[in-house]
Design a protein around this ligand. Structure first.
Ligand code: NAP
Length: 241
């Protein structure tokens, strides 16, 4: 059976992605900081009859990423798909952004992608196959006032994706990114109503995205149907940008 390792799988887009891959018959390795939330997701997905490993971990921890990947290989034998989804946001103008803020956002959003891609690609190279899917953001493409650190981390993911695709393509490993627009999750739930209204007006489809809207695209990108796509960033924003 194929195996997907998904970070940030306890809520939002990551949880919906875990469910989509479970529905597709993948065994799962799920990562987030909260063990309690991961246990709940494991319980909720138990009806799909797939094996699920859970790993409480902070994705910015380099050594822990290695442990998570090594244990997944030991227990499940392979990693076919890595989804680097875990991330967090920061809404602060530059003058208010501290050095700690910057380091935290870059560590959680960008260093994490390095951590897990490096650990998993070692095994994908041996397997001679694999797909790495990185969750960026439309903000990484167009920028956003008050989100310079977040946008920089998400733009970094896009450049990382393009480069790694070129590095690993000849070894039958694809690397792609998705750039969601406004998706209804915990990440966006606390935004002030006037900001939500502003974004809403930009969306051609006149609705906010659901986590499953992104999960479906991630699943497609991991599939054989996407066999000839690598290095690209697929925008999933309902026509926002
Ligand atoms: P969410 O609902 O807040 O979920 C974030 C997930 O990441 C949770 O499972 C969280 O679990 C995990 N996580 C956060 N920090 C972590 C850390 N340091 N180590 C391990 N896990 C961590 O957010 P979401 O909206 O689904 O976002 C998922 C991804 O999509 C993020 O990369 C985000 O930047 C991107 N994105 C979202 C939107 C949007 O509109 N929602 C738009 C563009 C891009 P724990 O709290 O248990 O650790």
């Amino acid at each position: 059976m194929k195996v997907a390792l998904i970070t940030g799988a306890s809520r939002g887009i990551g949880r919906a992605t875990a469910e989509r891959f479970a529905r597709g018959g993948y065994n799962l390795a799920l990562v987030s900081r909260s063990e309690e939330s991961l246990n709940r997701v494991k319980e909720e997905l138990s009806g799909y009859g797939v094996d699920i490993l859970i790993f409480p971990a902070d994705v910015s921890d380099f050594k822990r990423a290695q442990e998570v990947v090594d244990t997944t290989i030991k227990e499940m034998g392979r990693i076919d798909v890595l989804v680097n989804n875990a991330g967090t946001t920061l809404d602060k103008f530059l003058l208010r952004t501290t050095e700690e803020d910057w380091d935290r956002i870059i560590d959680i959003n960008l260093k994490s992608v390095f951590n897990y891609s490096k650990a998993a690609s070692r095994y994908m190279l041996k397997q001679k196959s694999g797909v790495i899917i990185n969750v960026s953001s439309v903000v990484g493409l167009i920028g956003n006032a008050g989100q310079a650190s977040y946008a920089a981390s998400k733009a970094g993911i896009i450049a990382f994706t393009k480069s790694l695709a070129k590095e690993l393509g000849s070894r039958n490993i694809r690397v792609v990114a998705v750039a969601p627009g406004f998706i209804e999750t915990d990440l966006t739930s606390n935004l002030p109503q006037d900001i939500k209204d502003y974004y809403f007006q930009q969306i051609a489809l006149r609705r906010f995205g659901k986590p499953k809207d992104v999960a479906g695209v991630i699943y497609f990108l991991a599939s054989e149907d996407a066999n000839y796509i690598t290095g690209q960033t697929i925008i999933v924003d309902g026509g926002m940008i």
